[in-house]
Design a protein around this ligand. Sequence first.
Ligand SMILES: Cc1cc2nc3c(=O)[nH]c(=O)nc-3n(C[C@H](O)[C@H](O)[C@H](O)COP(=O)(O)OP(=O)(O)OC[C@H]3O[C@@H](n4cnc5c(N)ncnc54)[C@H](O)[C@@H]3O)c2cc1C
Length: 346
Amino acid sequence: MMKKVLIIGGGVAGGSLAIQLIKKGVEVRLLDSGVNHSSLVASGMVNPMVFRRMNLSWRVQELLPYARRFYQELEKEFESDFLNDLNIRRFFSSAQERGFWEAKQHEAAYQDYLTVHADFDEKVKNAKNEFGSGLVKSAFWINPEVFMKQMHSYLIKKGVLSYAQFDVSSLKLETCSYDSSRYDAVVFCCGAMNDALPFFKKANIQHNRGQMLKITSKDLSKKESWNKKGFLLPLGDGAYKLGATYEWNESNLEATPEAREKLEMTLKAISSVDYSVKDQYVGIRPTVADRRPVMGAHPEHKNLHIFNGLGTKGYMLAPLLSLEMADYILEGKPLHKEVLFSRFYK
Ligand SMILES: Cc1cc2nc3c(=O)[nH]c(=O)nc-3n(C[C@H](O)[C@H](O)[C@H](O)COP(=O)(O)OP(=O)(O)OC[C@H]3O[C@@H](n4cnc5c(N)ncnc54)[C@H](O)[C@@H]3O)c2cc1C
């Protein structure tokens, strides 16, 4: 049985893995450089649908219910409140998209996720609704600022997390030791910063920069997250997150006026209400070309592992995949075939 694991990176990936390993009685050390690129900025929505062709998200039947239970248990453990149910209303961007929804709404696989299209979906106050809309079921959102803060304080209290940059010169590969402590495994969960370290560059984690605005408005729905080209997430007290951009191979964390303009256009495609912009956020999604996560061992240094590539869906993927990662490291349980790091060097 594995005893001691070092994790590099305390975003939703590394933090969830630390929690899973602690639950299994493993001694964990987690290093985080304190410059989070994604988990803190994210809007934290867990949406079962991929809207473009109205398909279910990858492995949603397993990932979504597990994620909900995982966060609910952590709310109890942290004595905190960060999980919120979410009604996502998709405004169809074309007659074809509406057709996809109507074709799928009666299929068994979609029963938990799509409501049957009704008359009231045509008349939504203050929304531009040319092709109608539909409500998604079973979605929720995690408040990332609360979750990340609580998760870090929990791991600090347990003596697991310290804020420090991983120093590759302090890692001895022959003995798998770091700072003169020996480990049974080291797991790299560095998100977009993966390529700053030498071991898993073959995964070719790409930078997909995302920007969002915080806006206020009196006239937008307080109960629904509206989605069309972009999304509006109600935060309470008339505030909303408006997102998001997808900017490939951009690594700068400074907000840009171009993104603000684009996001305001996104809002205008949904509604013509008055609003004020209060803030702008920037993050970098760690994304893989085939849109699947990356997990597994290094081909030469068998004690080194990667858990990365969570892309646009880290909050849905991290809970169950971190459990699968823990079972794989501790018991050698095979990982899902689509996530294997070995796909990059075969
Ligand atoms: C604008 C935007 C909106 C998003 N909205 C959603 C959403 O609604 N729902 C959703 O599920 N996902 C969303 N995402 C995606 C989600 O944020 C990511 O999938 C997820 O956060 C990735 O988590 P991670 O732990 O892999 O990376 P990160 O959160 O970036 O964490 C990596 C950590 O590693 C640390 N690190 C890196 N290198 C080192 C090193 N050498 N030494 C020590 N520490 C190191 C960093 O400090 C950082 O804290 C969004 C992302 C963006 C940018």
